[in-house]
Design a protein around this ligand. Structure first.
Ligand SMILES: C[S@@+](CC[C@H](N)C(=O)[O-])C[C@H]1O[C@@H](n2cnc3c(N)ncnc32)[C@H](O)[C@@H]1O
Length: 417
């Protein structure tokens, strides 16, 4: 990508010819949209520009057109946005991992708040609060305690998928990996160079904790070592086969915000993983039920509760939607529900069951503002009111963002059950 001022390739505003794949034009990027792409307009059409900064004037090439939406990539930055910075990683633009390195960190945070605001307004149909506070990551780089590396034994590549493809980008240094994860990548690459990695393993999952780095599948005895982390005074055990959050420096404030002042008789922790929220919930509620689909993660959650001598919480291994559809009526009164689903959001049966259970308070922890907003719309129609929205920058250098929304029963709403 060059940064020279060139005469305009074509004046996008004067011509009303439809844009097709391969078209080149000069556009101004207006803002960053959910999904992390820049928004521009040309020929009465919407143009999505990848790896853009708001305010950029750029020459783009249209890659594809779908139902009058053009998807374009930058061929030249003609006038850079004041918030554009030089991406430090040599793989930026090709590697599928980071898509925000072109933005100054403050601009990344501002774009994420706008993404949340946009989803709340357009998808959830909820008027967002005037200000959405976002907690920055203490580390803008070297924060990832978890990584998934793709392995191509024929080309001897180990790294990440390229943007929009399943081709593997060979990556020796990853600037968002935490130091122990980077070190494990380096040692794994040394084995690859010596032909000592098994050919039939397409990907490796690494996860760092206090004991080192676990790797699945294991290639050395120490890879199987169980890991642990202390967050907010609770010790959590996990390994590379189950989910644990990637940015450990933000977990204490995230848990604090997820729970706020919740306390009472009964609580549910849905999509509970190894029990990040289950343990603190068990200290505040007399009775807690956690539901998690991954058998290894739910087994760790049971052990984590046992190690903490918390006997008032039980962990169910099941898909949340199915489990609630079958068991919600037998649960009795529930005061508080915390849900923390994967990017796909909560299953429809999960949201419908929460509405039927009608807890006074719901805390929704989400890693995808679009699916969060989709579910919030159903919860709002089901009689809930959004009480607060806060964001946490768990994933610097990418468009991803963690959001915590608290909801209360809306006593004035005429809700659909
Ligand atoms: C974003 S993680 C949150 C885990 C935990 N709350 C934490 O913060 O560590 C989502 C979890 O949901 C689990 N999961 C995904 N789909 C599920 C489903 N349909 N039913 C139950 N659990 C599911 C995953 O295994 C993962 O542990």
């Amino acid at each position: 990508m060059k940064r020279r001022r060139q005469p305009p390739r074509r004046d996008a505003r004067e011509s009303d010819a439809r844009l097709g794949a391969g078209a080149e034009l000069d556009v101004t990027v207006e803002r960053i949209l959910p999904g992390g792409v820049g928004l521009a307009h040309a020929h009465g059409q919407t143009v999505f520009v990848s790896l853009a900064a708001p305010g950029d004037f750029v020459r783009v090439r249209v890659e594809t057109v779908r139902s009058r939406l053009a998807f374009a990539s930058i061929t030249e930055v003609l006038t850079p946005s004041p918030v554009r910075v030089a991406p430090p990683c040599p793989h930026f633009g090709r590697c599928g991992g980071c898509d925000f390195q072109q933005l100054a960190y403050e601009a990344q945070l501002a774009a994420k708040v706008e993404i949340i605001r946009d989803c709340l307004r357009r998808v959830a149909r909820v008027e967002p609060p005037d200000e959405i506070h976002i907690t920055p990551s203490p580390n803008e780089w070297h924060y990832r305690s978890r990584a998934r590396w793709q392995h191509d034994p024929l080309r001897k590549h180990l790294g990440y998928f390229e943007r929009g493809s399943h081709r593997i980008r060979d990556v020796a240094e990853c600037p968002v990996a935490s130091p122990p994860v980077q070190e494990r990548l380096t040692t794994l690459r040394a084995l690859l160079a010596e032909d000592r990695l098994p050919d039939d393993v397409p990907e490796f999952e690494a996860i760092a904790g206090d004991e080192g780095v676990a790797l699945a599948p294991a290639v050395a005895p120490e890879d199987e070592r169980e890991q642990s982390r202390v967050i907010g005074g609770e010790r959590y055990r996990f390994d590379a086969g189950c989910f644990f959050q990637i940015n450990h420096a933000l977990l204490e404030p995230l848990v604090r915000e997820g729970l706020r002042d919740a306390a009472g008789d009964a609580a549910l922790d849905l999509y509970s993983g190894v029990g990040l929220f289950t343990l603190p919930l068990a200290r505040r509620f007399s009775r807690v039920v956690a539901v998690e689909g991954n058998a290894a993660a739910s087994e760790y959650a049971r052990r984590n509760l046992e190690d903490a001598a918390l006997t008032n919480a039980r962990v169910e291994t099941s898909a949340v939607g199915n489990w609630l559809a079958r068991n919600a009526d037998a649960l009795g009164h529930i005061d508080f529900v915390l849900l923390d689903p994967p990017r796909a959001g909560a299953e429809h049966e999960c949201v419908q069951s929460i509405i039927r259970l009608r807890p006074r308070h719901v805390s929704y922890v989400s890693c995808d503002p679009a699916t969060l907003a989709r579910d919030l719309r159903l919860l709002t129609e089901g009689g809930y009111r959004t009480a607060s929205v806060r964001a946490f920058d768990m994933f610097p250098q990418t468009h991803h963002v963690e959001t915590v929304v608290h909801l209360d029963v809306n006593n004035n709403a005429k809700y659909k059950s």
